[in-house]
Each structure stands twice: as C-alpha cells, then as structure tokens.
Design a protein around this ligand. Sequence first.
Ligand code: PLP
Length: 244
Amino acid sequence: MTADELKSYEAFLAERRSQIMARVADAARISGRDASSVCVLAVSKTVGPEEVSCAWGAGYRVFGENRPQELRRKAQAMAADPRMADARLDMIGNLQTNKINQVIGTAHLVHSVSSLHLAEAISKRAVAREATVRILLEVNVSGEASKSGFAPEEARAALPQILQLEGLSLQGVMTMAPAHDPAAARVTFSGLRELRDLMRSDSGLPLDVLSCGMSDDFGIAVEEGSTLVRLGRVVFDPAYQLGV
Ligand SMILES: *Cc1c(COP(=O)(O)O)cnc(C)c1O
C-alpha cells in the first residue's frame, strides 16, 4: 500500500474500532460490567505487518495469530516497528507439539491448549527453557465434532493434573461457538462461564480469562461474560458488515 492508502486504511480501522468498542460497552453493561473488563484482541492472521501497524495506530494493543510461524513473523515485525514496542501477541490457533518452541517466549498467552498431552508437552519445553507459559484450556462446549478441545467434564477432570505441571500458568478457558446460530452461541458462552465457575471453585484459582466471541457473535459473548473477544474480519475487513 502507498502511504496515502495506509493512512486511509488506518482511518477506517479507527472508525470501525469505535463501533466495535461501542458494541462491547453496551454488551458489558448488560452483563453488569464495564467495557474496560473486556480485552479486544485483533486477529491479524489475514493481514500483513503494515496493516497490523495501522491497527496499532487505530488503538489496538493486543493481537492474535493462529499459526506459530506467522506468530513469529508478526512478532519480529512488531519488534522492528518503534511504535509497537509493547504490543501483545497471543497464540490462538491449533498448536502441534513440534511447534511449541516457536511460541514460548513469543506469545503472551496461549489460548489453544486443547488436550492434557499438549499441556504436558508445553510444560516440558517451558521447564527446559526456564520459562512460564500462560495458558487457557480450549474447551469444546458445543460438542461439535469439527471442533477441538477438551469436553467440559474432561477439562474439569484434567484440572488437578494440569495444575501440577511446572512452567504453566493457567489463566482461564477458551471456546469457539457454532457458526451462524446466535442462540447456540449464547448457550456455548454461558456454558463456558459456568464451567469456569466450577473450575474456579474446584481449584481456588481466579481463572479470570474467558476467551470467547468472534466477529459474528462478540456482542453475545460479552453479554455472557466474555473477558476477551478475538476479532478478525470485523476489525480488518472493510466489506464486513458489523451486525447489531
Ligand atoms: C480467525 C480466528 C478468529 C477470528 O475470526 P473472525 O470470525 O474473523 O472474527 C478467532 N479465533 C480463532 C481461533 C481464529 O482462528
């Protein structure tokens, strides 16, 4: 993009961001909270470093990537961009055990810990590097066969073992709702919150992070208690229609 195009793209991102933040604030109010209790993460997987820099200019401070290699590429670009020195980058996508080393020390939070096996593998590599990795357990609340993650009861049952693993810091839970079905999305999000509440009383840990809500359903997610929405198309795509 030319300098002028980048400038007008940044203006679009800022305008869109104010619409998103207004929707988040309305939904937070419905759930009896303040908008500041919700982290709006910009999913940058479909855009390049220039667009990410525009998003920073438009006010986003937290970004997410779903592939380890792209996460590293974006992290390097952010480190080289003086205005993005303290940008936060999270790993939100499916993580294979042989890619764990690429995200340790780069991702601020790994949202997608979808099995005990993966948690154990991250722990092992974190210990070897004397690192602590912040994680969320990915839970398949809706039970769709296409989705990865712990079944809700499985997550609860695995909690004692996960809490014993060194080098991990469990912050909460994450889920993805069924697409194009607002009623099912709402049940999925409230189910995630209820599961978190059980895990909180089981463990005595705060487990404050509820990572749920994407472009099509983030308002519903925040109404149901989401503390972190992961937004891709609605942030970056001018053709995306922001729903009500
Ligand atoms: C791509 C992606 C998102 C964002 O999806 P949109 O519908 O574009 O907002 C959120 N979470 C994960 C895990 C993703 O891969």
